[in-house]
Design a protein around this ligand. Structure first.
Ligand SMILES: [Ca+2]
Ligand SMILES: [Ca+2]
Ligand SMILES: [Ca+2]
Ligand SMILES: [Ca+2]
Length: 411
């Protein structure tokens, strides 16, 4: 299917992995792609590349990452897996920040993964210090961890939910306050009720209170956004979307079985073609393709969705985010490739079925298990940080800085 004209360009870029050993590359072999669209004019915007420079923070295992000012010193820190990394001023001018590692919890490992598939920074108990919500597919699917007010000691864990694996989770604005402070997990067990959570109480009484939307879940992939433009954040599943009631806590969510997207990753609502109707942007988490679905409405109000391929040359774009990388007020799409997802080579990697092909794209940016690397990216952007943060699949954390000299940034 042809890419519609509203996509100015989609493009893949390479980041340097030259310093990696061949053995490590064979183990990891990660690729990432940034797809950039421009919704208005078919006009090139300088260089086709945004030159990122990689700086490794930690070669330890990680599936997820977020950025938050953990110790409230005014500098954004990094949280991933068992550690948080305190941002400290550069040792010398122009060198970039230093990252001081703080081990704050011990996590189990399963099937080759560290049991931490999302890290979401949010101040749960209201003491001003960001706490962390984490999810897992294994022993403890949904937990939150209390930040001991920046002190260097273990964080206290509280279980939010058991009963279903959670492959990734979002912080979303389901109460329509303009703040993404509700928790929307992607439950791996379809027999488990589709639910969202809000923080109630504060201090020692703070807890995540559950609200059930549906008696079961709807497969791999989830998202939130205002599909029908009524100002209420709806919930999107791969098999249809739930229209939010006026009272999202107690009202009835109406299911619209209008599409079947497949086993997606994150699902976003964005008016891609600028016609006033929200569209969907998503990917297949364990197969080929990144897509958007244009929404059309007939005069009688019936909606129809038509799929458009953004890129299907490679597979397993498990996590993605929309963020304004170019600083022009329009969002770009950022995603990354998983490699050897589900711990095996069964999942497709490249249409070339060639290691060589994959390696030619390999770089150490990846979308992890779904997880919050994308959240971190969006958060860094929101904080006007020049440092872009991502994570790799069970590998290591990297951050990237957009080169201020890049012509892309002058648009
Ligand atoms: Ca800090
Ligand atoms: Ca807190
Ligand atoms: Ca809505
Ligand atoms: Ca639209």
């Amino acid at each position: 299917m042809a890419i519609p004209q509203c996509w100015l360009h989609s493009r893949s870029r390479l980041l340097s992995g030259a310093a990696l050993s061949a053995g490590l590359l064979l183990t990891l072999l990660l690729a990432a792609t940034t797809l950039v669209w421009r919704a208005a004019h078919l006009q090139a915007v300088g260089s086709d590349e945004i030159p990122f420079r990689k700086h490794t923070i930690d070669l330890g295992r990680s599936e997820s990452v977020d950025a938050a000012d953990i110790n409230r010193d005014g500098r954004l820190d990094v949280v991933s897996g068992e550690n948080w990394y305190e941002q400290a001023p550069p040792a010398e001018r122009g060198a970039g920040p230093r990252w001081i590692k703080h081990h704050f919890r011990d996590l189990p490992y399963a099937d080759g993964y560290i049991e931490d598939l999302s890290d979401l920074a949010i101040d749960v108990n209201g003491d001003g210090y960001p706490d962390i919500v984490s999810c897992s597919y294994w022993q403890e699917p949904l937990t939150w961890w209390e930040n001991p007010q920046g002190q260097d000691k273990p964080w206290r864990k509280t279980v939010i939910q058991t009963g279903s694996p959670v492959e990734f989770a979002f912080l979303v604005d389901l109460l329509n306050t303009g703040k993404a402070t509700q928790l929307l997990p992607q439950f791996g067990d379809e027999n488990f009720p589709l639910s969202w959570y809000e923080v109630t109480g504060s201090g020692a009484d703070a807890k995540w209170t559950r609200h059930i939307v549906s008696s079961h879940s709807y497969g791999h992939g989830i998202g939130a956004g205002d599909v029908n433009g009524d100002g209420r954040t709806d919930i999107i599943t791969p098999k249809g979307w739930f229209e939010a009631p006026s009272d999202p806590r107690n009202g009835q969510w109406i299911f619209h079985q209008e599409f079947n997207l497949g086993a997606t990753g994150f699902i976003y609502v964005e008016d891609v073609n600028g016609d006033g109707l929200p569209d969907l942007v998503t990917s297949l988490g364990h197969d080929y393709g990144i897509f958007w679905y244009v929404q059309k409405k007939s005069p009688d109000g019936r909606r129809a969705w038509t799929k458009h391929v953004i890129d299907d040359a490679w597979s397993q774009a498990h996590a993605l985010t929309l963020v304004d990388l170019l600083g022009d007020g329009r969002k770009e799409l950022v995603t990354g490739k998983r490699y050897y997802a589900t711990s095996t080579i069964r999942a497709p990697t490249s249409r070339s079925a060639s290691i060589g092909m994959s390696r030619s794209r390999a770089r150490d940016g990846c979308s992890g298990s779904g997880t919050s690397s994308t959240t971190a990216l969006a958060r860094a952007a929101a904080c006007r940080s020049p440092w872009w943060i991502s994570t790799t699949t069970a590998t290591w954390i990297s951050w990237w800085r957009v080169n201020p000299g890049c012509s892309c940034l002058r648009t």
